[in-house]
Design a protein around this ligand. Sequence first.
Ligand code: AMP
Length: 196
Amino acid sequence: MITILFGPPGSGKGTQAQVISKRFGLPHVSTGQMLRDEVGAGSEVGREAEPIMKSGGLISDDLMVRIIEHRLGQPDAQHGVLLDGFPRTVPQAHELDEMLERTGREIGVVLFFDVPEEELKKRIERRSEIDHRADDTPEAYVQRRREYEEKSAPVIGYYEDRGTRIEYVNGNAPIDTVTESILTIFGGQLPARGVA
Ligand code: AMP
């Protein structure tokens, strides 16, 4: 079963994915983290991605789809994954559906993290002091936010049209409270676990 964590930058997807991943023993697949690892390793993908990430832009759909296809083909991904940061555009969502259909898997639920913009800004400011991520600068944040509005937000409409299950999570709450609301959505266990 594929669970998608979806929401604007700073909405807490990554934090919750980590908690849920531990709880259910499911891989946390963060495309942002995968890319940061590539940048750290100085690979070809990393060298291509670094300036784009730094400016707050999005990596090409082609490259992202290739990366995710490879990751979902790994043995540990066969019983489902928590997808954090993918899909981020409608073409990515469409490609993901096709990919899953080819391998007989499906999306169990899309968790949409709802957080007011003022709070998002504050969180990114705080995170920039702790993590020193290259894209947590005020300029990059503005660009990431713009990309989100223009290219990522329409993904929810795509899933609505497809009839994919979407659950809205109030992300403007303490970490434990958000986790609790996600567990309530899951009813204590991941829906259709193992069916992928
Ligand atoms: P994140 O850690 O999810 O905030 O991602 C950090 C950065 O990685 C984003 O601002 C993009 O530059 C890049 N990135 C991560 N996932 C994707 C994706 N699915 N499509 C395009 N770019 C991505």
